[in-house]
Ligand binder design. Structure first.
Ligand code: KIV
Ligand code: NA
Length: 265
């Protein structure tokens, strides 16, 4: 199997081949997602929501992210594995950012890290890239800043924020980021960004013109009944499937249908 690298993704943009990415947080899921053929797997800090049940991505710790990354990497043969630096592990100073990134790379053997922001985290990105660690950027709706935004609505609809986003994307490219996630911004702006940088843009709620797409695994397989943003396409209704299977199991045990003779020793 030919492993996907950051260089592969760069080449895919050049060749106009779309890049596919999904999240995973555990071994078994990572195996299935890799077998399905995605190019990259994100161990997102969305684990804070979908794995731990927190309302935001803020509470998850670096140790917890490393645990998820270790589980995922054991299940992956082909995809590039990118791990989110969690809130608080890189914003305070560049040395701490580098330390956090090094811990992820060393302890999980993942292939790259991702962090949120542009100009504000310039020094941290420089430091991590200089250490030889591939960095993916993340602009637009950056969930670690949710308390500053106040809502999960579309970002950069106004001129000023859109201009900053474009200049941040160019800065990320200059700093040596290998790719950038664009979350929940107008499709026209995502196109403009995609056309103005040579590094691949990976969109979520950012329209069809990005070089690639990413979704949260639990959302795309329909495990989250109550999360239905317009940008989400559900490929399965696993919430219904799984609760149905569980209730059938409960019935079978209660009625002594399970286990039967063949299922017994
Ligand atoms: O944590 C995450 O799942 C993400 C994606 C939504 C891009 O950052
Ligand atoms: Na994230």
């Amino acid at each position: 199997i030919k492993k996907i690298t950051t260089e592969t993704l760069r080449k895919m943009k050049f060749d106009k081949e779309k890049i596919t990415m999904l999240t995973a947080y555990d071994f078994t899921t990572a195996k299935m997602v890799d077998a399905g053929g995605v190019d990259a797997i994100l161990v997102g800090d969305s684990a804070s929501n979908v794995m731990a049940g927190y309302e935001t991505t803020l509470p998850i710790t670096l140790d917890q992210m490393i645990y998820h990354a270790q589980c995922v990497i054991r299940g992956v043969d082909r995809a590039l594995v990118v791990v989110d630096l969690p809130f608080g592990s890189y914003q305070s100073n560049p040395e701490k950012a580098l330390e956090s990134a090094v811990r992820i790379m060393k302890e999980s053997e993942a292939h790259a890290i991702k962090l949120e922001g542009g100009k504000e985290v310039e020094k941290s990105i420089k430091k991590i890239v200089n250490a030889g660690i591939p960095v993916m950027g993340h602009l637009g709706l950056t969930p670690q800043s949710i308390y500053q935004f106040g809502t999960y609505k579309v970002r950069a609809k106004e001129e000023e924020e859109a201009e900053k986003l474009i200049s941040d994307a160019k800065l990320l490219e200059e700093l040596g980021c290998f790719s950038v996630v664009l979350e929940k911004i107008p499709a026209a702006l995502a196109k403009k960004v995609t056309d103005s940088v040579s590094i691949p843009t990976i969109g979520i709620g950012a329209g069809p013109h990005c070089d690639g797409q990413v979704l949260v695994y639990h959302d795309m397989v329909g495990m989250n009944k109550d999360f239905s943003p317009k940008f989400l396409r559900r490929y399965l209704d696993l919430y219904t499937e799984i609760t149905g299977a569980v209730s059938q199991y409960v019935k079978d045990v209660k009625s002594t249908d399970f286990p039967n003779q063949e299922e017994s020793y």
